[in-house]
Design a protein around this ligand. Structure first.
Ligand SMILES: [Zn+2]
Length: 366
């Protein structure tokens, strides 16, 4: 009898989780759940690429935060973003010897800047490394995405615009810049997209465990300052060494290669110790940004807010044309973490269809 009772309870739970009865799982929850699933699918199984981590990191983040992550971030952004308020988007890198950005990060940042500017009348300020090539690559990513770069002072009166600010490499300069960005701009949110963050020892590491502190400006200070004054912070990452993973640092250390011990003398592991209010795990960080974008369009009820596959292709192409490189392969190819631009565009197309499908009605005769 008890076995049968347990079986029945399990079936009830399964029905509730799957939403078969149509009551337990709301439409919003189902949409968010499936967005999260899509953006955490890994595509690259090269022996030279760290696969097998996205699902585990995601499960740890779900245990920490509860509901679907991209939808949670979108709902919180909807609550917090005031029209004409600044939103800081931290991304970019200055990979030597070119001092250039990888394609993962800037394209996602551009997509978020676009939807926040045109859908919410927010003023996106993208904060990047102090390198001319990185600035050019991020500017190109934005232009490809249909967002023009203007000076901070022109941001409010120019539509389809974002501004780029560079962040200094030295520790004292970083502290001052963080205070200025949070204090003077008074942003309504800070979003880090594939932005390297410091580990427990204050050091920065690549996914392969190497120390990169000498070319990683300490943007963690921006997040720390934002949290002190109650500004919403969101981290979007794919490997554990990015800002936000402090929220699941203990779990991430056990999941990712070089998580517990790095290849540099600090021996602190690559996992970032800086926590954000919400962490979004994706298999490619840009995809995490697209997940938030799709959920924002869903919540706003404006299906046109999601960027198109052609904007995606153009943004990747222009970013690479301006000096950006693929972060997984280090080649200047139209790809993101080894995944060809076309596949990134297909993912954007899938998210777009999921949005449009919410308006579809079916009338079948059987
Ligand atoms: Zn180290």
């Amino acid at each position: 009898v008890w076995a049968k009772t347990i079986l029945t309870s399990l079936q009830i739970v399964a029905r509730q989780v799957s939403g078969v009865d149509g009551v337990a799982m709301s439409a919003k929850h189902a949409f968010g759940e499936n967005v999260d699933r899509l953006i955490t699918v890994e595509m690259c199984f090269s022996p030279d690429f760290p696969y097998g981590v996205a699902a585990k990191l995601y499960e740890a983040a779900r245990r920490r935060f509860g509901g679907p992550l991209a939808m949670m971030a979108a709902e919180e952004l909807m609550r917090r973003i005031e029209p004409e308020s600044y939103v800081l988007i931290l991304t970019g890198m200055m990979i030597p010897p070119w001092n250039t950005a990888e394609t993962d990060g800037p394209i996602g940042a551009a997509a978020l800047a676009r939807i926040l500017r045109i859908g919410f009348n927010a003023l996106p300020v993208i904060v990047v490394d102090p390198s001319e090539t990185t600035v050019r690559a991020v500017e190109a990513a934005c232009r490809g995405m249909g967002v023009g770069i203007v000076d901070l002072g022109d941001l409010g009166r120019v539509s389809y615009s974002a501004s780029i600010q560079t962040f200094p490499l030295d520790v004292e300069g970083a502290r001052r810049a963080a205070d200025r960005l949070i204090g003077e701009l008074g942003p309504s949110a800070v979003i880090a997209v594939e932005r390297l963050g410091m580990n427990v020892r204050g050091e920065y590491h690549t996914a392969h465990g190497y120390n990169c502190s000498n070319w990683s400006p300490r943007m963690d200070y921006i997040v720390e300052r934002a949290r002190e004054v109650g500004v919403l912070t969101i981290g979007i990452g794919d490997h554990g060494n990015e800002i936000g993973f402090g929220a699941i640092a203990e779990e991430a250390r056990k999941i990712v290669p070089y998580g517990e011990v790095c290849r540099c003398p600090c021996r602190g592991g690559i996992v970032c110790a800086t926590e954000t209010d919400i962490l979004i795990v994706a298999s490619i960080s840009n995809w995490g940004a697209y997940g938030v974008e799709a959920c924002l369009a869903y919540l706003k009820g404006d299906l046109e807010l999601m960027h198109s596959p052609s904007l995606e292709l153009r943004s990747i192409g222009e970013c690479v044309g301006a000096g950006g490189i693929d972060g997984a392969t280090s080649a200047p190819t139209a790809s993101v973490d080894a995944v060809p631009a076309e596949l990134n565009a297909h993912l954007v197309e899938m998210l777009g269809f999921m949005l449009r499908s919410t308006r579809m009605r079916f009338k079948r005769h059987f």
